[in-house]
Design a protein around this ligand. Structure first.
Ligand code: PLP
Length: 437
């Protein structure tokens, strides 16, 4: 039973390098976080060896006496973390990830080819909310269901609830999905419920990005108005990589089957096999942490840090443009179009400076292939203890990266013009970075 370093130095070395990269860079990817040592310990435990298809008390394998207790504990903690009444809400803690949680939720709620409306990907929605382009159905959520997206207003960057409502009259969706991967504002769940009720549609929130903030009660509560709520467990919730599906127990279908039974059957056997019990243990640990007073302080700080970063970037002397003018949550969208820069250029320069963020489409983008902005999140660095004054420094670094991107861009343009003037023969052109040519 040799350790990883003895057994497989190659993989060990890569793990160490990635650990060093994470610890020595500024992690600003909005979907990432640093999970605790306790979560990692549970996640890397011998529970990974066990098969337990089925649910607690009804398994297809023997030897599940401890796994049953663990899964029930995880379910209990999931309901407690979001202050849910177990008589009203149930939860399935087996989804392997956010994407499988969403597909299982759709499978449980809908019949094949039923109609769904989710926020479009370029507007900040997720692939699994019915994403398709003009030419192609991209996600299984658009391949197996009919999808008509709704969008953000092209001027304000805010979800256009009026247009969504108008389109529900045409499309009559069976399901409206709210929630996003890149939306810096909170959601009007009451309005969405009203829109859904107009067509007896189900309402599902995918709170993947904000679930830690919802648990800490620093965002609007989707549970008040939705029938189903899904989430990943590894973003602001700071757990291992997995998904959860919450469902209202009272809902039943015309065939007499309950939503609870449909969702559970959708997870297993429809979409998945044996649950990853090591991950479920990690989720249980993370949920206990998320219910603590310290976590509430953490979530408040995530938002304070994001608001502060927005303020610094958007006011003098920087005066940069942010989509929607700021943020209510853990992320901001920085519109680089006024600088005539693309998100991929800034992402590349930041990468070279050990600042990790991602290019992102921004309201008003003409070209979906080359997005006009970057997405920045504060959850990970807040886990490392960053407060407002640290984010003032982060803003300075980001400003320097953007200025450097502009300098390199103008240098590349000059080089290109010189090459053209010399009839394309110049051997002097130094191609610095492919993003800039
Ligand atoms: N839902 C939303 C809103 C997300 O942002 C993401 C991932 O970023 C997912 C679902 C998918 O999660 P996973 O990558 O775990 O499949």
């Amino acid at each position: 039973n040799a350790s990883l370093s003895e057994q497989d130095p190659e993989v060990y070395d890569l793990v160490q390098k990635e650990k060093h990269r994470q610890q020595s860079s500024l992690e600003l990817i909005a979907s990432e976080n640093f999970t605790s040592k306790a979560v990692m310990e549970a996640n890397g435990s011998p529970l990974t060896n066990k098969y337990s298809e089925g649910l607690p008390g009804a398994r297809f394998y023997g030897g599940n006496e401890y796994i049953d207790v663990l899964e029930n504990l995880c379910r209990k903690r999931a309901l407690e973390a979001f202050s849910l009444d177990p008589a009203v809400w149930g939860v399935n803690v087996q989804p392997y990830s956010g994407s499988t949680a969403n597909f299982a939720a759709l499978t449980g709620l809908l019949a094949p080819q039923d109609r769904v409306m989710g926020l479009d990907l370029p507007s900040g929605g997720h692939l699994t909310h019915g994403y398709q382009t003009d030419k192609k159905k991209i996600s299984s959520s658009s391949i197996y269901f009919q999808s008509m997206p709704y969008r953000v207003d092209q001027v304000t960057g805010l979800v256009d609830y009026d247009a969504l409502e108008a389109n529900t009259h045409l499309f009559r969706p069976r399901l409206i999905i709210c929630g996003a991967s890149a939306y810096p504002r909170d959601w009007d769940y009451a309005r969405l419920r009203k829109i859904a009720d107009g067509h007896t549609s189900f309402l599902m929130a995918d709170m993947a990005h904000i679930s830690g903030l919802v648990a800490a009660k620093v965002q609007n509560d989707p549970f008040e108005y939705c029938d189903v709520v899904t989430t990943t467990t590894h973003k602001t919730l700071r757990g291992p990589r997995a998904g959860l599906i919450f469902f209202r127990k009272a809902i039943t279908f015309s065939d007499g089957e309950s939503l609870e039974s449909k969702i559970n059957a959708a997870v297993f056997p429809a979409c998945q096999g044996g649950p990853h019990n090591n991950t479920i243990a990690g989720i249980a640990v993370a949920l206990r942490q998320a219910a603590s007073p310290e976590f509430k302080v953490y979530a408040q700080q995530v938002i304070k840090n994001c608001k502060h970063l927005c303020d610094v970037l958007s006011s003098a002397p920087y005066n940069y443009k942010l989509a929607t003018g700021g943020s209510d949550n853990h992320l901001l969208l920085w519109d680089l179009k006024p600088l005539k820069l693309t998100g991929s250029k800034v992402e590349k320069i930041c990468d070279l400076a050990n600042i990790t963020l991602n290019k992102n489409s921004i309201v008003g983008d003409k070209n979906a292939v080359s997005p006009g902005g970057v997405r920045i999140g504060t959850a990970a660095l807040t886990s490392r203890g960053f407060v407002e004054q640290d984010f003032t420094k982060v803003a300075e670094f980001l400003h320097a990266a953007v200025q450097l991107s502009l300098d390199i861009q103008s240098h590349c343009i000059q080089q290109k013009q010189q090459q053209q003037a010399e009839g394309g023969k110049s051997g002097s052109t130094v191609v610095l970075l492919k993003e800039f040519v």
